[in-house]
Design a binder for this molecule. Structure first.
Ligand code: K1U
Ligand code: ZN
Length: 167
């Protein structure tokens, strides 16, 4: 397994739209394993392939406290979203040090393929719902700061550019 490099906002590669995966093979399983290792090493609760510069519809999440409930979703598709919204202070491994509240549907049902290429449905609420929606946004080229006001986003971009100059 290998640790992958995570792209930082505002890199334009974060805005690429991911392609569906035609066949779940060993290469896809290896990428999923490397993404999981990268997510755990970065203390994240999710990671989308877009963030590691692979523009395929693949994401991993683990919102458990024990870090032993890994979910891998291939070609995830939103089937149902509640009309009730919920706000959560989101973060992103591609936007280090930035947290802000985003409102999303409180509950979602998502259909996806697993690592054997079998279809399954995930009904999510709470942090899992927030995280799956956040990662599905990445696959559409959307970073969570794009749900914030232009003013907040501009402030975040200049803060990150200053940080990147220092490093
Ligand atoms: O970069 C990512 O997409 C992963 C991101 C997922 C996420 C966190 C919080 C709300 C929505 C989506 C992270 O894991 S950020 C890491 C983090 O600091 C965090 C960890 C646990 C709970 C909350 C934030
Ligand atoms: Zn993110």
């Amino acid at each position: 397994m290998a640790l992958l490099q995570i792209i930082n906002y505002p890199d334009p590669r974060l805005h690429r739209i991911a392609e569906p995966i035609a066949r779940v093979d060993d290469e896809v399983r290896r990428l999923a394993a490397d993404m999981a290792e990268t997510m755990y090493a970065a203390a994240g609760i999710g990671l989308a392939a877009t963030q590691v510069d692979s523009h395929r519809q693949l994401l991993v999440v683990d919102v458990s406290e024990t870090r032993d409930a890994l979910l891998t979703l291939i070609n995830p598709r939103l089937v149902e979203a509640s009309s009730e919204l919920a706000g959560y202070e989101e973060g992103c491994l591609s936007v280090p040090g930035v947290f802000d509240e985003v409102e999303r549907p409180a509950r979602v049902t998502v259909e996806a393929l697993d690592l054997q290429g079998e279809q399954f449905q995930l009904r999510a609420e709470g942090l899992l719902s927030v995280c799956v929606q956040h990662e599905m946004d990445h696959l559409k080229g959307i970073v969570f700061v794009e749900h914030l006001s232009r003013l907040k986003r501009n402030r975040i971009v200049s803060k990150l550019r200053k940080q990147q100059k220092v490093l």
